[in-house]
Ligand binder design. Structure first.
Ligand SMILES: NC(=O)c1ccc[n+]([C@@H]2O[C@H](COP(=O)([O-])OP(=O)(O)OC[C@H]3O[C@@H](n4cnc5c(N)ncnc54)[C@H](O)[C@@H]3O)[C@@H](O)[C@H]2O)c1
Length: 260
């Protein structure tokens, strides 16, 4: 059976993992490739991007690595140009990069606020801006942003700038979706709940804290366990594929019922 992304090209920004296990970003890149897409794996860490490329190639897929820091909008433009030069077209842009900085209102500094917004929000805007003329010209495209349910509801972790940047990302997704619908360019956003990733594990300082923290995260989830990066990848696959050809501006919550 042909894959659901056969003949498509995807750019996944934040396609590596900060650990040895799959991340949300690497799972997306790998599943897209498994379904037939050629994937440009963009990451600030060339080693992390190369690891995902290697995993894709070992599974029989096609991918290429590109090093870029989303804090630098020129590097984002270069990544889009590299995808066009290596693979001739871009059908899917998946923006996965997201960072958090500890701090509630009275703790947050201007510097950490700006840093989080540059990476979580301006990077997503700059990537969509860079790819849009190409998608408009071809009258096809799927842009997927990765937000969080922390954009919707209070969370016990004090990450004010993270939560607010992700709320703005949800709104940006809808504005872009409406603006470019006449060009058949779709834009959707995934809101993960608690997902068991190396990034989530890295929020804890010691191994003991990590074990306790992960147990507590499982216990908060109505299904009794956190989601996996593959749950996020499967949602992204739907939004990337032609199965979602009439779906745009959607906030797709993937949280096992945590927001209910
Ligand atoms: N794990 C969860 O519980 C959870 C919940 C809600 C939302 N999310 C969202 O999922 C996304 C991240 O998930 P992940 O598991 O892939 O995380 P991750 O930290 O493993 O990140 C993926 C890749 O992004 C790269 N990256 C980091 N900063 C970058 C930069 N400035 N430029 C380019 N690349 C950069 C890292 O090197 C890494 O390889 C974020 O958007 C996060 O907000 C996660």
């Amino acid at each position: 059976m042909p894959g659901r992304l056969m003949d498509k090209v995807a750019v996944v920004i934040g396609a590596g993992s900060i650990g040895t296990e799959a991340s949300n970003g690497s799972a997306v890149a790998r599943l897209f490739a498994e379904e037939g897409a050629k994937v440009l794996c963009v990451d600030i860490s060339s080693a992390a991007a190369e690891t995902t490329v290697q995993q894709i190639e070992e599974a029989g897929g096609t991918a290429s690595a590109f090093q870029a820091d989303v804090k630098n909008t020129d590097e984002i433009k270069d990544a889009i140009e590299a995808a066009l030069s290596r693979f001739k077209q871009i059908d899917i842009l998946h923006y996965n990069v997201g960072i958090e900085a500890f701090g509630e209102l009275i703790d947050v500094t201007d510097e950490s606020w700006d840093h989080v917004f540059e990476i979580n929000l301006r990077g997503a805007m700059a990537a969509a801006r860079a790819v849009m003329p190409h998608m408009m010209a071809r009258k096809t495209g799927s842009i997927i942003n990765v937000s969080s349910i922390a954009s919707l509801k209070w969370s016990p972790m004090q990450f004010l700038s993270y939560n607010v940047s992700k709320s703005a990302m949800n709104r940006m997704t809808k504005v872009v979706a409406r603006q470019y619908a006449p060009y058949n360019v779709r834009c959707n956003v995934i809101l993960p709940g608690l997902i068991n990733t190396p990034h989530a594990a890295a929020l804890y300082k010691t191994e003991e804290e990590r074990l306790e923290g992960m147990k507590a995260r499982d216990a908060r989830c109505p299904m009794g366990h956190q989601g996996t990066p593959w749950d996020i990848a499967k949602a992204a696959l739907f939004l990337a594929s032609d199965d979602a050809c009439y779906v745009t501006g959607l906030e797709m919550i993937v949280d096992g019922g945590l927001t209910l």
